[in-house]
Design a protein around this ligand. Structure first.
Ligand code: F6P
Length: 533
């Protein structure tokens, strides 16, 4: 645990913060259900719509005064200035002295970074992706033996995996079956083994996705996949046709044997967890087609424009970010559940875990001081309806207050879509049940208290455009929180330590002497492993 701060932060002593604290005390007594019966217009006041994405935030502890107070805090923290700094390429990732320009990856107007229009680079790589994707999907670029590619395997982890995997899964109903997509992320050899075990090397294309091209898990899997391919096809020369790379570390790619035409550049101003929109989306484009990938970008662009221009109280990412601040700091919640009522979005919770927890899991403010307020919390979830039969019990009757995001799509183009109304009935039912509960004076164990807040996000369809909008909505929501909390949402120093320790431990696992260099627990575990393996 970080040592507690010695003096109060400017945030917690601010008039806006103090006003919110007092306001929370005032409104805590009225239940959500009472608020609804007192104000039938609540939904129109507390919902927003943009291009087929409906955000209903009426089931939250909000009175007429709450949003003005929260947006007052956002103004006092200079949110609009920070938004402009991000869109204008200022080095707001100050610990790495980098601009943060994932918005440039989907921009349709120039974006200057250090005087250079980075959208020119973006367009160049998009054109390179387009010609590669077309050649692969048309069978012009074949494998080493002349067969067309049927399968793409993305080798990458974290941001080089979670976004592409989510997008491929979400867009499956829109694909034409030209290619299948697979993902290898875990350094556990079982992951690679299970994937390549079902593939024909002659028709398999590997995409190594790693911003740094040094991530141990990814490089280990990439080298193992390379050995597998060469053994299967009996030729080193096959590597040049069967591997592509996405990275900002261009020098390393040639050493691997990948030709420059199959190397897709990304830049240091794209953070890993914000990189789906870059060439990191190559597997998505190979799987679902370049048109789908461009629609994904267009959806995100629509959300970017909304974020940059909408009034703070009518601004979706601002509202969502401020709601999280409201709950985390003033209701002391410790987690938020993400519940997609869409099997195709079943990886959304995992994607948001990295986006939110790697961005906001920090306790040091921009000036280096310890914060004296709670920051990022736990994001977790699983798709409904499955999760209704596992952890919903806790949501309905447990002691913690857990706000939930319920997400669904109005249309579902998959097969068996006659079942879609039943899925949606459950989506609608849970928001209502969480809020209203059900009294039972005879059997206390059967009483459901209700008064559990939730956000409902209803998409016209979970197609590429709306997926792009949804993910950009969450990206900007996280940014809003980082501004309120004075955090750098774009570094991740905390994850480096475990990697360094693993590097020190690795040689001891096969050394001739038992381990003694670590703490007694680590030594004991290593030595038990050495005996048993
Ligand atoms: O886990 C830390 C991290 O740096 C993530 O932020 C990143 O998405 C992931 O590792 C993968 O990094 P790379 O794309 O460089 O392999």
């Amino acid at each position: 645990m970080p040592t507690p701060p010695t003096s109060k932060s400017p945030l917690t002593v601010s008039a806006e913060w103090q006003a919110l604290r007092a306001h929370q005390q005032q409104i805590a007594n009225a239940t959500l259900a009472e608020r609804f019966s007192a104000n039938p217009w609540r939904v129109s006041k507390f919902s927003l719509e943009l291009d087929g994405l409906l955000l209903d935030f009426s089931r939250h502890f909000l009175s007429d005064e709450t949003l003005p107070l929260l947006t007052g805090l956002a103004r006092a923290r200079g949110l609009q200035g920070w938004i402009e700094r991000m869109f204008n390429g200022a080095p707001i990732n100050h610990t790495e002295n980098r601009a943060v320009l994932h918005v440039a990856l989907r921009a349709d107007t120039p974006v200057l970074c250090g005087g250079h229009d980075v959208t020119l680079d973006v367009q160049r790589v998009l054109a390179q992706m387009e010609s590669f994707v077309t050649a692969i999907r048309n069978g012009v670029h074949t494998g080493h033996t002349g067969l067309r590619f049927t399968d793409v395997v993305n080798i990458g982890i974290g941001g080089s995996y979670l976004g592409p995997q989510l997008a491929c899964q979400a867009l499956r109903p829109y694909t034409d079956g030209t290619m299948r997509a697979h993902f290898v992320s875990n350094v556990d050899g079982e992951n690679l083994s299970a994937v390549v075990g079902q593939l024909n090397a002659a028709t398999t294309l590997f995409v190594i996705t790693s911003k740094t091209f040094t991530t141990q898990e990814t490089m280990t899997n990439a080298l193992a996949a390379r050995r597998w391919l060469v053994a299967q096809l009996g030729s080193e020369a096959a590597v040049g046709r069967h591997f592509a790379a996405v990275t900002s570390n261009t020098g390393k790619v040639a050493q691997f044997g990948i030709p420059p035409a199959q190397m897709f550049e990304m830049w240091d101003w794209v953070g890993g967890r914000y990189s789906l929109w870059s060439a990191v989306g190559l597997p998505v484009a190979l799987y679902a087609g370049m048109e789908a990938f461009r629609s994904l970008l267009a959806g995100a662009r629509a959300m970017d424009k909304h974020f940059r221009t909408a009034h703070l109280e009518r601004n979706m990412p601002v509202v969502l970010g401020l709601l999280d601040v409201w709950y985390i700091n003033f209701f002391k919640t410790q987690s938020r559940a993400v519940l997609p009522y869409a099997q195709a979005a079943s990886r959304l919770p995992a994607y948001l875990q990295q986006l939110e927890m790697e961005s906001l899991g920090k306790a040091v403010a921009r000036d280096g001081s310890r914060v004296d307020y709670a920051t990022g919390n736990i994001v977790w979830g699983e798709p409904g309806t499955d999760s209704q039969h596992s952890f919903f019990q806790l949501l309905h009757q447990g002691t913690p207050l857990i706000p939930a995001d319920l997400i669904a799509a109005c249309r579902n183009p998959s097969g068996f879509n006659a079942q879609h109304p039943l899925l949606l009935a459950n989506f609608f039912a849970q928001g209502e049940a969480l809020m209203n509960g059900k009294p039972d004076s005879n059997a206390p164990h059967a009483a459901v208290p209700g008064n559990r807040p939730s956000t409902s996000i209803l998409l016209e369809e979970l197609d590429a455009k709306h997926l792009g909008m949804l993910l950009a909505l969450y990206e900007h929501k996280v940014f809003v929180q980082s501004v309120i909390w004075d955090l750098n949402a774009f570094d991740q120093w905390g994850v480096a330590l475990g990697k360094q320790v693993a590097d020190r431990i690795l040689p001891t696992l096969t050394a001739s002497e038992p381990a003694t260099a670590f703490d007694a627990s680590t030594n004991g575990l290593i030595n038990y492993y050495r005996q048993k393996r």
